[in-house]
Design a binder for this molecule. Sequence first.
Ligand SMILES: NC(=O)C1=CN([C@@H]2O[C@H](COP(=O)(O)OP(=O)(O)OC[C@H]3O[C@@H](n4cnc5c(N)ncnc54)[C@H](OP(=O)(O)O)[C@@H]3O)[C@@H](O)[C@H]2O)C=CC1
Ligand SMILES: N[C@@H](CC=O)C(=O)O
Ligand code: NA
Length: 820
Amino acid sequence: MKVLKFGGTSVGTVESINQVIQILQENLNEGRKIAVVYSAMGGVTNRLIEIGKLAAASDTEYLQLLKTVEERHFAAVRGLIDVKNQSSCIAKVKGLLNELEDLLRGVSLIKELSARTNDFIVSFGERLSTTIITEALKNRGIDAEYLDARKVIKTNDHFGYAEVNFELTNELIRKHFAQTNKLQCITGFIASTIDGVTTTLGRGGSDYSGSIFGAALNATVIEIWTDVDGMLTTDPRKVKNAFTIPTITYAEAMELSHFGAKVIYPPSLTPAFQKNIPLKILNTFNHKHEGTLISKTANAKEYAITGISSIDDIALVNVQGGGMMGVAGVSAKLFSILAANKISVILISQASSEHSICFAVDPKAAYGVKEILEEGFATEISQGLVDNISIEQNLSVIAVVGESMKSSTGTSGKLFSVLGKNGINVVATAQGSSELNISVVIYKKDITKALNAIHETFFQVDGLTLNLYLVGATGLIGSTLLRQIQEQKDYLKQRKNLNIKLVGVMNTKKMLLKEGGINLENWKEDLLENGEIANIGSFVSDVQDLNLPYSVFVDCTADKNIVQYYHSLLSSSVSIVTPNKVANSGKYEQYFMLQKAAQKHGVKFLYETNVGAGLPIINTLQGLITSGDKINKIEAVLSGTLAYIFNNFKVGDRFVDVVKEAKAKGYTEPDPRDDLSGQDVARKILILSREAGLKLEPEDVKITNLLNDACLNAPTVEAFFEELEKDNTRFEKLLQDAEANGEVLRFIATLDEDNHASIGLKTVGKSHPFFNLAGSENIISFTTERYKYNPLVVKGPGAGAEVTASGVFADIMSISSYLV
Ligand SMILES: NC(=O)C1=CN([C@@H]2O[C@H](COP(=O)(O)OP(=O)(O)OC[C@H]3O[C@@H](n4cnc5c(N)ncnc54)[C@H](OP(=O)(O)O)[C@@H]3O)[C@@H](O)[C@H]2O)C=CC1
Ligand SMILES: N[C@@H](CC=O)C(=O)O
Ligand code: NA
């Protein structure tokens, strides 16, 4: 024998009831013996409760609502049963509705609605749906019979949540089934007292009915048919990669549903669990899907956890007091007060110092709880043993559930690390000693982010996803970066199980954000066609409001204003990667604050390309410092542009043409004067000095500038080129003088032994290590305590789109390995 139970949505419409009939027909075709329990049509129970209340208030609107209930059931009859057979079913339905109407008239006359009457009113929901389905089955030639569960399920008179007399109920069910071979169509949710007064079975009522019948009949399985594909790893409305858990234990299912998984209400399935009858959660609307099998022992698990559930809205009550320490009985008293007042506690956490106990309750109950406790602990409060009962609202709880936690280590470590790296503050935590569940209380605003991050980390269904926001997307570095990511996408997916999802792009004119991701193949057209007017302030707030896990903000501009948003982004746990040097070369205080903000919020602020583009300079320097070395001196060629210019400028050439060439090759700053004025190199040596541990300010760097005032003050880049053309002889002379001595021109940055930073144009001879540089090559020589006699040297192309974008890309990649 198999017991099937169909919920409200499964019997909610003609189409869905047809699905139900098909499922039953398939079972019968296979020769299975089945019994079937039905809920009321979806929404009808609530409607009946509303109607009852209106009637008790003598509000005649109940009659209109009753009409809609009536119409819905008649429509079902018309849709399910052939015209020639409809009349007897219509008569039955009409009979029930008349009875209900009489009852409601009585309620409206006496203006009173007891729990007992309410149970009777709602019982019509299941009686109507089951009557219609039974007739529909008969109409299709199935030998079905209506069974009003009130005949066999016997309870006490706790109306609304009646308790079952199992001895009597089991006997009546068995007796009834022994007498009939017809397919039993059973009303869920309802029962009656021994005297025949209608009762209901409380929350999860129809599941409970299914379980009662399954247990009484020793069913091989109880199938709970609903509108989802079984129990999911987490809430699919919040996490799109949630998937069906194929097998789960009773205990896990209990835990998951205690913390909000709404598919079933396991306490109501206890009769089945006690008899070790497996349960299946199946989808009426996708009936070939395997669903979830709930049994005593589940199959070996692929993952460290089984599922994640959450309650969006909870409040924490914190009872605190120095006097609680070592005073026996405070928590006993606390929980007996809560129990006496029927306050249901979602989670409890007590510090081992016993200084405070906090517990989670429904937010609606929280202030009532505070009052009750203040009254209950009045003496302790007056004696100073309990000094504070406080409430914190706007919280959510997440429970990570799984029996495998018992046998594997590191689950909680991983959980807290995921939360930490995504800047999700844990307000309270509890772990059951059964090691079946770890619960964390977090701020409500972080719930979706937390569920996604935890789900991605533990299940890695579709790999881990970095959410990327790029400002400066249409620029040289930005667009090269997007092309490189696009080219590398498949490799990252296959080899690293990593996705880079471009969520936002922006330039000076437009901005575009898509939570689901912007296609890397046509992002430019998309931005142009669908982008809104650019506004960096609202772009940043959108990033913060989306609050996606593993977020990285990439600034590929040379803009000064964007930098003011860095701190706020890092504080919202968004990592930053940037080739833009402005943030790190402004006031020392700003540089320092950004470093601190990243550390504090568990995110990364990476800027390898600030110096020498993709060359590993910042990382090398950081490695030296963190491993305890001390920098004595840095000497470097740090401008790709100036290196290129002085490698290619020949006597007889126009200096301005070589500068234009460097620009065309993508080496210069958006405004090449930043390079020629020494500004760009000054920024770089300042950043290196700071990385080396010095608190230098921009004005501490001594600059020898290459440009005259006319060039510096030219209003546009074009006008600057015109001025530069006029200054050709000066550059030619510099070159001729150098060549006369067999030397070359090099723009060199130095941090000397006395911690003085300076930059300027120098001539170097053949024996100097900087003599042989080609193209846009940079060279950085670190003399340190450990590299005292022979400096550590990094050399290679230090500018250009490909090498810079790949340096930015490498920083993004290093964030991914830190986060996972
Ligand atoms: N070129 C190189 O070799 C290296 C460059 N860098 C650094 O990389 C950064 C980018 O350089 P590069 O790509 O050459 O510069 P580009 O001028 O080519 O690109 C700059 C991009 O930033 C956008 N932008 C500028 N201001 C804003 C703003 N306020 N809001 C939104 N978008 C803005 C521009 O938009 P729009 O397209 O609308 O103009 C453009 O897309 C610079 O900071 C540079 O110092 C670092 C190392 C090496
Ligand atoms: N304009 C810069 C680019 C790298 O920072 C340079 O020329 O080095
Ligand atoms: Na670099």
